[in-house]
Design a protein around this ligand. Structure first.
Ligand code: ARG
Length: 295
């Protein structure tokens, strides 16, 4: 009998796990946004109990990147990482960060393999099926980047639209859409990592690239040969946290934490610290599985 009970219980638990972080998605009409953090915390369910699992794409200084310490050991850094830790602390959860390519962060979140994604996401309406958006926590912009020697070739966005140009943008990002929209005649090269785009700009393989302004400026500081030449208009401005779809309590709690981080000055401090760190010794790109810098 006991055995049967245990079996039934594990079947139930398995069902719960399969349902991921949002078991009551369809029928849940509760207004979580009027609740306090104390009220929300006991209601939050996550993919791994007691843990906040986050996906990120650390090729995007100062949002997320690998800082190298004095022994050249890479450590995840950036203001998204600091904000994630701030949120996890407020929720009383352990933070687990899973680094991967940018496009992968969106598919993992859509598959409910993580509770949140923090990768400097723009609230792109095309992503609404994959994730719920938090409130905006950082106001950024979009830029067109080239190298100093080619600066004068690009006085305006129209000048980027030539068939002979190789124009880079990150795979799965809104910059890839911006490239297709503003430089439709050019050869658009979509690469998985922003750091690869930087490398190809510097080596002359790319003539220009669409990159978010803050990372563009951060990389231009480290590589003075880069030139951030144009502002690119984009409607859904600002960065949001991607929350596993249908997890109302977590979304509401995250919005409260964002409000706090803005009000108590933490967020501003995270941005300042991350920007300083990003202009120091950093590792470009992702790491191999054994945590050594990948080539
Ligand atoms: N804001 C852009 C987007 O949401 C780019 C984000 C890229 N983030 C990254 N960690 N590489 O599409």
């Amino acid at each position: 009998m006991k055995k049967l009970f245990a079996l039934a219980l594990s079947a139930l638990m398995l069902l719960g796990m399969l349902a991921g972080c949002a078991p009551k998605e369809s029928q849940d009409t509760t207004d979580y946004s009027s609740m306090t953090l104390e009220e929300l915390i006991p209601l939050i369910q996550t993919v791994n109990e007691g843990k906040l699992t986050m996906v990120t794409s650390p090729d995007f200084a100062p949002y997320e990147f690998y800082a190298l310490d004095e022994n050249d050991n890479p450590t995840l850094a950036g203001f998204d990482i600091a904000l994630a830790q701030y949120i996890a602390d407020k929720l009383g959860m352990e933070l687990e960060i899973i680094p991967m390519d940018f496009k992968g962060t969106i598919t993992e979140l859509a598959a409910k393999k993580a509770d949140i994604g923090m990768a400097g996401y723009s609230p792109d309406p095309e992503r609404e099926d994959a994730m719920d958006f938090s409130d905006v926590y950082y106001e950024g912009g979009q830029s067109f980047v080239t190298v100093q020697a080619n600066k004068d070739l690009f006085p305006d966005l129209a000048s980027t639209n030539k068939a002979e140009y190789q124009i880079g943008a990150q795979l799965g990002s809104i910059q890839a859409d911006l490239a297709k929209e503003n430089s439709p005649d050019a050869d658009i090269v979509e690469l998985s990592k922003v750091t690869d785009i930087i490398a190809e700009l510097l080596s002359g393989k790319l003539d220009g690239a669409y990159i978010e302004t803050l990372p563009a400026q951060a990389y231009a500081k480290n590589y003075p040969d880069l030139a951030v030449v144009l502002d690119v208009p984009y409607e859904a401005e600002g960065s949001v946290i991607g929350v596993c779809k249908g997890n109302g309590p977590l979304l509401a709690a995250i919005n409260l934490c964002i409000q706090d981080a803005i009000a108590d000055g933490s967020l501003e401090q995270f941005v300042t610290e991350a920007s300083e760190l990003a202009s120091g010794n950093i590792h470009e790109g992702l790491l191999d599985e054994d945590q050594t810098p990948a080539e």
